[in-house]
Design a protein around this ligand. Structure first.
Ligand SMILES: Nc1ncnc2c1ncn2[C@@H]1O[C@H](COP(=O)(O)OP(=O)(O)OP(=O)(O)O)[C@@H](O)[C@H]1O
Length: 252
């Protein structure tokens, strides 16, 4: 079954001058797939992520997540839907610095009323998978960027969401920590069958995906699939980015 189905999605920002940020986007992500979204600055990647994550609503078209249309839910149902069905990983981690690493990871379960014993067990299990057992009691300002992103990955996955939405998850990490986080995300994808959409400027991070779609001026431009070798896929990604043009930063 498809986890995500986006149909003829368009988004117009209305202002003094209205701007069509997305035009007729069709996109499907199957269970267990990791799909990258790339494109030059201003091409509409964040808009697409925001609409899929229900932070923003489409102007026309529809979004289906596990057969439900979240944009048709009322505020209370939507809050529940987001909490249960979606997991988020952000560039700047977005951890709560008044809480410990363990408490940050426990948050989605605590908000959902899971009993404390089960929360404790699930946090332990997740920490073991992430290799962060030793820092569970530390505060977020006492840990490294790589450890913070592992904690954020733990928080995004602990409630076993249908879809993980990652916005530049390696954008604030050095290359070693970025590699570790992508290794981790792909390992969890294999072990747990997680489904993920990853918006990134980082061709290395994108090369871990099963498939990368490219957006230009709010429209789907191209889509390429990973083969057997990540180095070849990486080169293919770079080739499409070169054709797409944009600022040097887009090729970083
Ligand atoms: N709230 C808004 N109101 C009006 N226009 C907006 C708004 N948000 C984004 N835009 C415009 O929509 C277009 C797409 O923006 P978006 O942020 O989705 O691009 P992006 O591909 O994520 O860019 P970047 O890689 O720089 O983050 C841009 O032209 C932007 O100026």
């Amino acid at each position: 079954m498809d986890v995500l189905h986006v149909k003829e999605l368009s988004k117009i920002y209305k202002g003094k001058v209205s701007h069509e940020a997305l035009t007729d986007i069709d996109l499907t992500i199957g269970k267990g797939e990791i799909v990258g979204v790339m494109g030059p600055s201003g091409s509409g990647k964040t808009t697409l992520l925001n609409v899929i994550s229900t932070i923003d609503s489409p102007t026309t078209g529809s979004v289906w997540i596990e057969g439900e249309q979240p944009h048709l839910l009322d505020a209370e149902q939507l809050a529940l839907f987001r909490r249960r069905k979606l997991g988020f990983v952000f560039q700047f981690f977005n951890l709560l610095n008044t809480l410990s690493v363990a408490e940050n990871m426990a948050l989605p379960l605590a908000l959902d009323g899971v009993n404390p014993d089960e929360i404790g067990e699930r946090v332990e299990q997740m920490a073991e998978r992430l290799g962060i057992q030793a820092i569970l009691n530390k505060r977020t300002y006492e840990i490294s960027g790589g450890q913070a992103q592992r904690t954020a990955v733990g928080r995004a996955l602990i409630h076993r969401p249908a879809l993980i939405l990652a916005d530049e998850p390696t954008g604030n990490l050095d290359s070693k920590a970025a590699r570790d986080v992508m290794d981790l995300l792909t390992e969890l994808n294999k072990k747990q069958g997680t489904t993920m959409m990853l918006v990134t400027h980082d061709a290395k991070a994108a090369s871990y995906c099963d498939r990368v779609i490219f957006i230009k001026d709010g429209k789907l431009y191209n889509e390429i699939h990973a083969g057997d070798k990540r180095t070849v896929f990486y080169q293919n990604i770079i080739n499409v980015l070169s054709l797409l043009g944009g600022h040097r930063y887009d090729l970083s």
